[in-house]
Design a protein around this ligand. Structure first.
Ligand SMILES: [Zn+2]
Length: 242
């Protein structure tokens, strides 16, 4: 996604991508990680009024961009004692060699990783360990997120066609009109309330395919403090990595 235009906001040159749509009646602004600014406008809106809207929202746009420009923490080194995020906690990694094959287990407030084969010095291939760990995280994510999706489905009176955990670069969740719900597997690293907010958000879209006040009322009916969780993700989403 490359920017198509630029605009001066509070003395800063801000590139943005303009998408025109015949269905739109108002200007919509989205700031995505990157940061990338995406502007959706009615098909025939002239540039001066469009730019006036952007300037009026200038401070907000720059604030959102600052959130995404926050430094991304460097990837954790997978070694004994590394604190890995899981369900809102930081679990210290314990490297053990019990079964002689790659596996991961959570227990006693720790994450146990058997890296499988080690070389003569007792060190293991971090690349392979990362893969083993990722597989385990994805499995936990699939089980937990699916269970939460059906929980919120029952509360809302909707049944998702399928709930799938995916690798998603820029989103925490998405869904479509066929009732498919896709969730970012990294959500399993977030606190359970935050994970619930994202699941509930997508489930509410199965009833309201928009972000109208009606949609947010629906979200609030199942997750009353959704705003707190949304801000948490904006501020800390970047740290859900290892
Ligand atoms: Zn949404």
């Amino acid at each position: 996604m490359t920017p198509t235009h630029t605009i001066l906001l509070e003395d800063r040159e801000v590139p943005y991508r303009l998408k025109r749509s015949p269905r739109r009646r108002t200007v919509g602004i989205t700031v995505l990680p990157g940061p990338l600014v995406e502007v959706s406008s009615p098909a025939r809106m002239a540039m001066p009024p469009l730019e006036a809207v952007l300037k009026a929202k200038g401070r907000w746009i720059l604030k959102q961009m600052a959130v995404f420009s926050a430094p991304v923490p460097p990837p954790l080194q997978l070694k004994e004692g590394a604190a890995l995020p899981f369900m809102g906690q930081r679990l210290p990694l314990k490297v053990c060699n019990l079964a002689g094959r790659q596996r991961v287990m959570a227990g006693n407030g720790k994450l146990w990783l058997d890296p499988g084969k080690t070389n003569l010095e007792g060190t293991f291939d971090p690349q392979a360990a990362r893969k083993t760990l990722e597989k385990w995280y994805k499995l936990q994510a699939q089980n937990t997120l699916e269970e939460r999706a059906y929980h919120f489905g029952r509360l809302l009176g909707v049944v998702p066609a399928k709930v799938r955990v995916k690798e998603q670069k820029r989103r925490w969740g998405s869904c479509n009109s066929k009732g498919m719900v896709y969730l970012n597997w990294r959500l399993i690293m977030a606190p359970p309330q935050v994970l619930d907010y994202v699941v509930a958000h997508e489930l509410c879209h199965l009833k309201e395919m928009n972000h109208s006040p009606r949609f947010w009322d629906l979200v609030a009916s199942v997750v009353p403090d959704w705003k707190t969780h949304r801000s948490w993700l904006k501020l800390h989403g970047n740290s859900l990595v290892w």
